[in-house]
Design a protein around this ligand. Structure first.
Ligand code: I3P
Length: 125
């Protein structure tokens, strides 16, 4: 499945809802602000949309609030960083730290596995 983002045709490898909060920006700790985003995983990045499905499948009409560059990123479970269940962390090369979470156990496992595979495949490019 392909979508157009910033005039590039990219493959959309996975999409769905996740809760997200950024906890560190360029080494500086931030106050948590959990929000629910519609997330699209492509070959190189995770994109977060403020609105749901229609926006994500047509980026021209959607509001892309933020994205994570997965090249050189790190993913790990982060149980101790939140009172929520199923929390994992992505740390970018630039030093930003994000927590991602869902109450749906299987969905989180699948996100973790798929993002990890993407990061691993970027590392060996
Ligand atoms: C934070 C808020 C977060 C919570 C965080 C609190 O308080 O309740 O939901 O994180 O816990 O500090 P505030 O609204 O006053 O900013 P979790 O939901 O992930 O537990 P923390 O300080 O232990 O990270």
């Amino acid at each position: 499945d392909k979508i157009i983002v910033n005039d590039m045709l990219i493959s959309k490898n996975k999409e769905g809802l996740l809760n997200k909060t950024k906890i560190t920006e360029k080494g500086k700790k931030l106050r948590k602000n959990w929000t629910t985003s519609y997330v699209v995983l492509s070959d190189h990045q995770l994109e977060f949309y403020k609105e749901h499905k229609e926006s994500a499948s047509n980026s021209k009409s959607g509001i892309k609030s933020e994205w994570i560059d997965l090249s050189g990123a790190k993913i790990e479970w982060a149980k101790e960083k939140s009172s929520r269940k199923n929390v994992f962390q992505i740390t970018t090369l630039s030093g930003n730290e994000f927590l991602l979470q869902s109450d749906e156990d299987f969905a989180v496992l699948d996100w973790f596995r798929t993002i990890k595979n993407t990061i691993d495949s970027l590392g060996s490019e």
